[in-house]
Design a protein around this ligand. Sequence first.
Ligand SMILES: [Zn+2]
Length: 66
Amino acid sequence: MAVKREPCPFDASRRLKVEDLDGKFHVRCRTCGAQGPERGSWAEAEEAWNTRASQSTGDGDGRRRQ
Ligand SMILES: [Zn+2]
């Protein structure tokens, strides 16, 4: 839970939230709706988001909405 969330790679927003859907967690940007990779736990979802945000190239595991 102490994981620091990187800002959104698309709009640099820090208005992020973690959503859970049937036991799958992902981080979503409240500003543009970008969604991070789904993982099995809250912490893993945040880590996956951070990895994606820092790479900023995308791995096809999320969607860009512009
Ligand atoms: Zn965003």
